[in-house]
Design a protein around this ligand. Structure first.
Ligand code: UD1
Length: 433
């Protein structure tokens, strides 16, 4: 089994450049199915999740040309399939985002029920209710969901929860619907704004993205267009927490600070020194300078939809708090079962008590390296943060979770002076069964 091996306890120092956001790239790629025109994308990150989405798109009829430096050209002159099969969708929940575009463009979509990180029940009822409100006939059974509509109709949709995926799927479907759609209690994440910017570049009429009311005026068709994906705020936050836990001085390039406001505010509360510099490079994005002595103060967090503290950074924050000088309470409000990393952090010596949706972390002066396994993508990131701070060697298994969402992870950490590598390690007997 491949493992990431970290010899921890070294301070980090140097620069890391953040790539395009996974959670912005995936819906944008799905949205490319809405047009027969040529879609040119920049800053698409090289990640396993992106590869999976591209496989789904090719299966549906897209022609993909990959260029260097994260540039991609996609053309879907014709959709040749209406089904996204289980083998692809089970690898990644976000493949379900092709449902809206397929339904809008060809009136039928059949998608396997999604897989992805095991972090709770993660239903898709809000997506389906929205498609029904737009006049689709939705049938679920035998592990698939099928939706049909000759042409979707604009509708007023209220989301019971500001689901990111449901907002994206419905927004994409509405671009080609007849008439106007209003999505109330919409998610406000930066990735939603990025998707709206992309759709509008193709000729869609989406207004209000970034607020809780999104209005979409349907158009008969979309054209080709060009778009650059925003930087990954979760990747940036992960390096920020790594610097906080291991200590040192790290410069994080290519970030949009506004997207990281709740994270930077909490990190400052935890005693990290953070300076923001306006960017001069491509895209004009900003740079964060993070300075930490490796002994953060305890600071509570509550995860919430944007602009609250992002649930995806809750596990790395727990790793940071594990080496804090006090007790921090972490409340997880977005997913009902997102503490699977706790057991693994405990193997590194973290003191964490979980009660329902709350975890209390009592900081310890030093974590100790051990063999652990990534339970999911961001749970894996928590183990990397903890492993960098821990004394001795930490071996992290199930690294495929990390490859879904972090490009060049080991190279980036090595540039920061960490002793990190990837090795093939024999499986422990209990895991070979
Ligand atoms: C997206 C992100 C993920 C992030 C999450 C929350 C992508 C590819 N993934 O996931 O990294 O952790 O947002 O910020 O962008 N829910 C329902 N019914 C639905 C849909 C969702 O009850 O139909 C619930 C979920 O179970 C969960 C909550 O809503 O408890 C949030 O889920 P959602 O915002 O939809 O997350 P994703 O889009 O799956």
């Amino acid at each position: 089994m491949e493992m990431i091996v970290i010899e921890g306890g070294r301070k980090l120092s140097g620069r890391v450049r953040i790539g395009g956001a996974k959670n912005a790239a995936l819906p944008v790629l799905a949205g490319a199915l809405l047009t027969g025109g040529k879609v040119q994308l920049e800053a698409v990150p090289t990640l396993d999740d992106v590869t999976t989405m591209l496989e789904v798109l090719v299966h549906l009829g897209a022609a993909v040309e990959t260029e260097s430096g994260g540039a991609l050209t996609l053309t879907t002159a014709e959709l040749v399939n209406s089904e996204a099969p289980y083998e692809l969708v089970r690898r990644m929940r976000a493949s379900f985002l092709v449902m809206g575009p397929l339904l809008a463009r060809q009136g039928v979509a059949r998608i396997a029920l999604p897989g992805g990180c095991a972090i709770g029940a993660r239903p898709i009822d809000l997506h389906l209710k929205g498609f029904s409100a737009m006049g689709a006939e939705v049938v679920a059974g035998y592990g698939y969901v099928e939706a049909r509509a000759e042409r979707l109709r604009g509708a007023e949709i209220y989301l019971d929860f500001p689901s990111v995926g449901a907002t994206e799927n419905l927004m994409m479907a509405a671009t080609l619907a007849e008439g106007n759609t209003v999505i109330e209690n919409a998610a406000r994440e930066p990735e939603i704004v990025d998707l709206a910017t992309f759709l509008n570049a193709l000729g869609a009429r989406v207004r209000g993205a970034g607020t809780d009311t999104i209005r979409i005026e349907g158009v008969p068709e979309l054209q080709g267009g060009r778009h650059r994906i925003i930087p990954d705020r979760i990747e940036a936050g992960t390096y920020l927490m790594a610097a906080g836990a291991a200590g040192g001085e790290v410069t994080i390039e290519n970030v949009v600070c506004r997207h990281l406001e709740p994270v930077v505010a909490k990190a400052r509360e935890a005693g990290l020194e953070i300076q923001v510099e306006s960017g001069t490079g491509e895209g004009g994005n900003e740079t964060l300078r993070v300075c930490s002595d490796g002994c953060p103060r305890a600071a509570d967090i509550i995860t919430l939809p944007y602009p609250g503290f992002p649930t995806d950074l809750q596990p790395p924050w727990m790793a940071l708090m594990a080496v804090s000088s006090g007790r921090a309470v972490i409340t997880e409000n977005v997913f009902e079962d997102r503490f699977r990393h706790v057991e693994e952090l405990r193997r590194l010596g973290a003191k964490v008590r979980v009660q329902g949706r709350m975890a209390e972390v009592a900081g310890v002066p030093q974590l100790c390296g051990a063999r652990v396994k990534a339970t999911d993508l961001r749970g894996g990131a928590a183990l990397v943060v903890a492993g960098l701070a821990a004394g001795g060697v930490t071996e992290i298994g199930y690294v495929h979770h990390l490859d879904r969402g972090y490009a060049n992870l080991e190279e980036n950490l090595r540039l920061l002076g960490a002793a990190v590598g990837r090795q093939d390690v024999p499986l422990p007997e209990a895991d070979t069964a």
